[in-house]
Design a protein around this ligand. Structure first.
Ligand code: PMP
Length: 407
């Protein structure tokens, strides 16, 4: 890792420098949403103050500069994930929207009765429910890759589930509940033997590690800006050009058309075919600034720093009697789910909040994982590169305070 002054990076996040309940805020809910650095906040403010206009339509100065700025974000996303073409980057409102787009548009065109869709036990609801909806409409069947106690997928079962009826494999790259990094490269290779399409839910991967979509050879890849130091309401669907060209539009409206008449409508080229209506322009431009920021820190440096923090947190938390980790894969990101004695996770989270420590509690939109462990939920601390060892010390002491409160 380069010698990076992480304190100076942390200093750029204004939200982190405040007190809650009279205690310094310790923000450990980055898996749900990360925070924005000042540069992103300023970029969005400036857009609203001085640059606002609708994009893609106007001939006037503001509209054209807003369009240029918005489209520059698309180029940055292409560079980030090493996509071949700019047309392969579709802007959506987030991972959920991206997956719904594929399930609906690709699914209607490609699925029929008896076809099979493979998901895994550790999917976020956003990568389960859209497939259930399209399966109900088309008669396709969903198969599930199981996992073991440590939260690792069973690849032998996966290989045995694949067959010529498999049309789609939709997998999470990094589990938001367990932190497990799935072997998506291997999973893609296996799926390709049966010509199945592959969608990867990258919501928890792209913010934390370099991703090369061409090396991965996935057909679709989805992620959200708000987990990448960017604003809410904005996200990405990467799709291979040849597949996107064949897919019917998902939503109809302005911008996605070529010509409209009552005798029939033709559609715009990629990527606009999938982008109906006025998008969240400020969010798109702000996201471009987030990508500049992440690039300036470096995703490899981010991965290394977060790993360092994960090791420190694991080491400190494992000293606590009565704390049980959920998700112990050897290949994981800095997501730490745990249970504390027999304290309900929501109660634990409420007490920890009183000490300024923001963790997430509950099922984390992964009820099938909770079902697997027969638990109602977990306490989840998800770390970002702008956290530090003092944050982890505060987590450890909040955990201990919670235990003594309940005894
Ligand atoms: N997939 C995973 C793995 C996630 O962590 C999340 C967000 N918690 C989503 C999908 C959904 O993302 P969004 O709410 O931004 O659409």
């Amino acid at each position: 890792m380069q010698a990076i002054e992480w304190d100076k990076i942390r200093a750029q996040f204004p939200v982190l420098h405040q007190q809650v309940h009279g205690k310094p805020l310790v923000y450990l809910d980055n898996g749900a949403s990360s925070q924005m650095p000042q540069s992103v906040i300023d970029r969005i403010n400036n857009y609203h103050s001085m640059e606002h206009a609708n994009i893609h339509r106007g001939v006037h100065y503001l509209s054209q500069t807003a369009t240029d700025e918005y489209e520059r974000t698309r180029e940055k996303v292409r560079d980030l994930i090493h996509a071949r073409f700019i047309e392969e980057i579709i802007f959506t409102t987030g991972t959920t929207d991206s997956i719904n787009l594929v399930a609906d548009s690709w699914g209607h065109k490609n699925l029929k009765e008896g076809d099979e869709i493979i998901l895994s036990q550790m999917e976020h609801h956003a990568n389960i429910v859209p497939w259930q909806l399209i399966a109900q409409k088309t008669g396709a069947v969903i198969k599930v890759i199981p996992m073991d106690e440590s939260g690792v997928l069973d690849l032998e079962v996966y290989a045995s589930l694949l067959n010529e009826r498999t049309k789609m494999v939709a997998l999470v790259h990094v589990s938001n509940t367990l932190g497990t990094v799935n072997p998506v490269l291997e999973c893609c290779k296996l799926a390709k033997k049966f010509n199945a399409a592959v969608l990867i839910d990258g919501a928890q991967a792209v913010p934390h590690m370099p991703v090369d979509i061409q090396a991965l050879n996935a057909d679709f890849y989805a992620f959200s800006a708000h987990k990448m130091c960017g604003p809410t309401g904005f996200g990405v669907l990467y799709g291979k050009q040849e597949l996107l060209l064949e897919m019917p539009p998902y939503r109809g409206g302005g911008d996605m058309i070529d010509r409209v008449s009552f005798s029939g409508t033709t559609f715009n080229d990629l990527p606009h075919k999938f982008e109906a209506g006025t998008p969240p322009i400020a969010a798109g431009i702000g996201f471009g600034e987030s990508l500049n920021f992440l690039d300036s820190v470096g995703l490899s440096n981010i991965a290394a720093r977060e790993h360092e923090l994960l090791e420190y947190a694991n080491h400190e938390l494992s000293k606590i009697d009565g704390l049980q980790f959920i998700g112990t894969s050897t290949n994981k990101t800095s997501v730490i789910s745990f249970l504390l004695d027999n304290i309900h996770p929501t109660d634990a989270g409420t007490i920890m909040d009183k000490y300024g420590v923001a963790v997430r509690t509950g099922h984390h939109c992964t009820q099938p994982i909770m079902e697997y462990y027969s638990i109602p939920g977990t306490i989840r601390a998800s770390l970002s590169f702008y956290n530090n060892e003092q944050d982890i010390d505060a987590l450890v002491s909040a955990v201990k305070e919670t235990q003594s409160f309940f005894t």
